[in-house]
Design a protein around this ligand. Structure first.
Ligand SMILES: NC(=O)c1ccc[n+]([C@@H]2O[C@H](COP(=O)([O-])OP(=O)(O)OC[C@H]3O[C@@H](n4cnc5c(N)ncnc54)[C@H](OP(=O)(O)O)[C@@H]3O)[C@@H](O)[C@H]2O)c1
Length: 484
């Protein structure tokens, strides 16, 4: 495998490339981490000179990068790497132009980043092969969504698989690029304090929340056919769940970690017509106010008038049928237009079997809270003595912060920086394997079938709240409440 790669971004003029990929690549350059990256070749359907693309890229970088990260000398080196070539996905001649550019370069290493419509992935891979620019030094990165269900996901995987081996295929889930998600491994397997207690004897439940303030305006018809379950749970929430629940891997190598994640996905109890009512809630926002601003309801958005079978919120109670997790519910929820943007994992420990203290209510149980966004941090909720001379010994909650905030700020990076760096280096650990994605789809498909079979209604919630009341009820019947 060649040490140096040319990176070709299909969809190089699109939103993802503009807001995330190019800024992440600039940051790698700024941190002197781009030594294995050669050229960055952006493609789009329009005719454009490389110089014009570079001007556009500069304007966008200045817009999307924090002001303090701009450095003229970094830009000068970065701009030299940038090239633009027109490639329409189904035009063989365009690939010849790309091939000429690639073969004129000084490396055989190639990383193709597909940031276009997933329906084009198969075509692009085939055209690349026909143009003779796929070799043993080639890898491909696939953006989400990988299909709409198991069948369409398999079709994409098969088409891509005809050209690229699994070892050369990197499926992105940007949640895996987050520092705190990776920190889960350090926390779980690096601390004697946590790993003996990481099971159903000590843990009573796990919550995973991915809450968004934004709505769906601007996502065209895509969201109308997708909904929260497919858009968020199939990938981000199930990936996080599998990292929380997996057994210790034999080593930290990609295969071993992915094998363990895969076992968790296989142990997920199917949600079918028999249990869909107790285990799921679908919601859709109506008009309300988010961050002090009035917003329209989902069905009032121009693109979504007819999308009355699309949920913008979902809450689930998942069960993992294995020795470690039997009897521990995993509550998952995600939604649009919620009261605030945050993602977190909450590990709730069991209450003590007997308490010596008068004030030892439910809210004083130990919790480990892993915040994924907007800030990344980990805190342990414990209790200590309420200070003072008066009264008897009473408890009060206290939060211990387990992450070094100052170091965090200094070393913080965007998930795409981590993932691009790993893809450039050929490390698959933080990318999803084919069987993981397909097993996740199988579980999701079963829920959708059950919703259809049962005619599961979508409950309304006002924009700016935390979802429908039924989501509170889903967890309240187990004597619990969402951590907020
Ligand atoms: N935007 C995000 O934050 C985000 C987040 C996660 C995943 N994704 C995924 O990333 C992919 C791209 O999203 P995006 O938001 O960047 O979309 P976008 O803004 O609509 O950009 C689409 C890109 O694909 C190119 N393209 C479209 N049709 C093409 C064709 N027939 N042949 C060749 N190129 C074609 C466009 O080129 P021209 O316009 O120059 O023709 C443009 O560069 C999608 O799969 C999306 O689901 C996006």
């Amino acid at each position: 495998m060649s040490e140096i790669v040319d990176l070709v971004i299909f969809g190089g003029t699109g939103d993802l490339s503009t807001r995330k990929l190019l800024p992440a690549l600039y940051q790698l350059q700024r941190h002197n981490l781009a030594n294995r990256l050669n050229r960055i070749i952006a493609t789009g359907r329009g005719e454009m000179e490389t110089e014009a693309f570079r001007r556009e890229a500069r304007a966008n970088l200045e817009k999307y990068l924090p002001h303090e990260n701009w450095d003229e000398s970094v830009w000068e080196a970065f701009r030299e790497r940038l090239e633009y070539v027109k490639v329409d996905a189904d035009k063989a001649d365009d690939y010849q132009q790309l091939a000429q550019l690639l073969t004129a370069g000084n490396t055989s290493g190639r990383l193709y980043y597909l940031a276009t419509l997933p329906s084009l992935y198969g075509e692009i891979c085939q055209q690349l092969q026909d143009a003779g620019v796929v070799n043993d030094d080639s890898r491909v990165v696939l953006e989400k969504p990988l299909g709409h269900d198991l069948q369409s996901c398999r079709a994409i995987n098969q088409q891509v698989g005809r050209v690229f081996d699994e070892e050369a295929t990197f499926r992105i889930d940007h949640y895996l690029g987050k520092e705190t998600v990776q920190n889960l491994l350090a926390l779980r397997f690096g601390n004697q304090l946590f790993h003996p207690m990481w099971n159903n004897t000590f843990i009573s439940s796990v919550q995973i929340t991915v809450a968004e303030e934004i709505g769906v305006a601007g996502r065209g018809s895509y969201y109308a056919d997708t909904g929260a379950l497919r858009d968020m749970v199939q990938n981000h929430l199930l990936q996080v769940l599998s990292l929380v629940a997996m057994e210790p891997p034999a080593t930290l190598k990609a295969t071993d970690i992915r094998d363990e994640k895969m076992k968790v996905l296989r142990c997920l109890e199917p949600i079918t017509a028999d249990n869909v009512k107790e285990c799921t809630v679908r919601g859709r926002y109506t008009a309300g106010a988010v961050a002090g601003k009035a917003v329209k309801g989902f069905l009032e958005e121009d693109a979504f008038h007819d999308a009355d079978n699309t949920e913008t919120f979902v809450a689930l109670k998942a069960s993992i049928n294995n020795w470690r997790w039997a009897g521990v519910p995993f509550y998952l929820r995600t939604g649009k237009r919620l009261s605030r943007r945050y993602s977190e994992i909450v590990i709730e420990y069991r209450q003590q079997s007997f308490s010596l203290f008068a004030n030892d209510p439910q809210e004083l149980t130990n919790k480990l809270v892993i915040h994924l966004q907007p800030e990344e941090s980990i805190s342990l909720h414990t209790v200590n003595k309420k200070p003072g001379l008066t009264n008897k010994l009473r408890l009060q909650p206290v939060e211990l912060h387990l992450t070094d905030e100052s170091q965090n700020r200094q070393d913080s990076y965007d998930a795409y920086e981590r993932l691009l760096l790993d893809a450039i280096h050929g490390d698959q650990t933080l990318f999803m394997r084919r069987d993981e994605v397909e097993t996740a789809w199988r579980w999701i498909d079963s829920i959708i079938e059950a919703w259809d079979e049962n005619g599961t209604a979508i409950k309304s919630y006002n924009a700016g709240t935390m979802g429908p009341n039924a989501a509170t009820a889903l967890i309240a019947v187990d004597g619990r409440s969402w951590h907020e």
